[in-house]
Design a protein around this ligand. Structure first.
Ligand code: UDP
Length: 333
């Protein structure tokens, strides 16, 4: 019997590469579709030489129905996309092209292949400055083009279910963290920023007073939620995925140890994110397994990985977040 096949778009990326790990371990043949802009080949080096992993290095915006990577696939995990707030404010066309139109092309490939399930990576940014704990039926209020593009991508996914009967589910990710979290490029993702500062012995640039909290969820737990959303008979649902346990930034500082320097609170930033995960725990039997301290320790055991990451300080952060302050302050209060 040949192995069941799964496609992972964005499979060379942070969450996508953990998705590949989960699927290979579960006995799938995995096909990665990635253009290696956000992702990196080194994220898949643990599978080097494994015939069960094949790769197609293409931009999802160029996919056509009938694409060979999707042929015979049982599941599609759609994790390809572009992230980060500031560049999305500066380049909204790119974000809508990749995250919405690119998603439509992935949907068409999945439909042509007759897959059993497509699972979409949605973002908790769709809820805006949300009431907490946040349920899936919370009002939608994207605050910047990245959030809008991820939400509209999700709308397309549900539309393909409604019109074409494509079986889909959506995983709404809160703050995913863990090994292979992106380190290069634009300012963002607190772990990359702090780990590089720790390596350099530089002070941690804490935003505001550091009491703000995030529902950090370990990346392996996220990948397992995607797998559960594929295997279930349930179709057409969004499931929040967080740890249901918000951690203040000051707690992260306490674990890492070292000096801090404070940078201004950014407009439109939630004081706390907190996923209500009742739906996924009751409907899919998924639960977060890796405690925050354990997850951070796993990352610290490979901290040298952040040696090449950019080193941020209050000045470079002020410059990098200029657009953010300019466009987002007027939406406040
Ligand atoms: N943060 C911080 N210093 C930094 C970058 C981020 O204190 O240099 C904080 C930020 O205020 C937020 C948390 O870390 O509370 C997570 O930030 P990130 O940008 O990773 O995610 P998001 O703000 O999108 O939840």
């Amino acid at each position: 019997m040949s192995k069941p096949v799964a496609v992972v778009t964005g499979g060379a990326g942070f969450i996508g590469s953990h998705m590949v790990d989960v699927l290979i371990e579960a006995g799938f043949a995995v096909r990665v579709v990635d253009n290696l802009t956000g992702g990196h080949l080194s994220n898949l080096k643990q599978h080097h030489g494994n015939p069960d992993l094949t790769t197609e290095w293409v931009d999802i915006r160029t996919l056509e129905p009938g694409n060979a990577a999707f042929e015979g696939a049982r599941y599609v995990f759609h994790l390809a996309g572009i992230g980060d707030i500031v560049p999305s404010i500066e380049k909204p066309i790119d974000y809508m092209d990749v995250n919405v139109q690119g998603t439509v092309r992935v949907l068409e490939c999945a439909r042509a292949a007759g897959v059993q399930k497509l699972v979409y990576a949605a973002s908790s940014s769709c809820y805006g400055l949300a009431d907490t704990p946040t349920r899936e039926d919370h009002r939608i209020d994207p605050m910047y083009p990245y959030a809008l593009s991820k939400y509209q991508g999700e709308q397309a996914v549900f539309h393909w279910n409604k019109v074409y009967g494509l079986p889909v589910n959506s995983i709404c990710i809160f703050n995913a963290y863990g090994p292979r979290v992106r380190t290069t490029g634009v300012y963002g993702a607190v772990f990359g920023v702090f780990f590089r500062q720790k390596l350099a012995g530089a002070p941690y640039t804490v935003v505001g007073d550091g009491t703000q909290a995030r529902d950090f969820i370990y990346v392996r737990d996220v990948a397992e939620a995607f797998f559960a959303a594929a295997k279930t008979e349930t179709v057409g649902e969004r499931f929040n995925v967080g740890a249901d346990n918000p951690q203040p930034i000051n707690r992260l500082i306490e674990i890492l140890g070292g000096d801090v320097v404070y940078v201004p609170k950014r407009p439109g930033e939630p004081d706390v994110t907190h996923a209500d995960i009742t739906k996924i725990t009751t409907m899919l039997g998924w639960a977060p397994k890796v405690p925050f301290e354990q997850g951070v320790a796993n990352m610290l055991s490979n901290i040298e990985r952040w040696n090449d990451a950019p080193l941020w300080d209050p000045n470079s952060i002020a410059k990098a977040t200029e657009t953010w302050f300019r466009y987002m302050s007027k939406n406040e209060g």
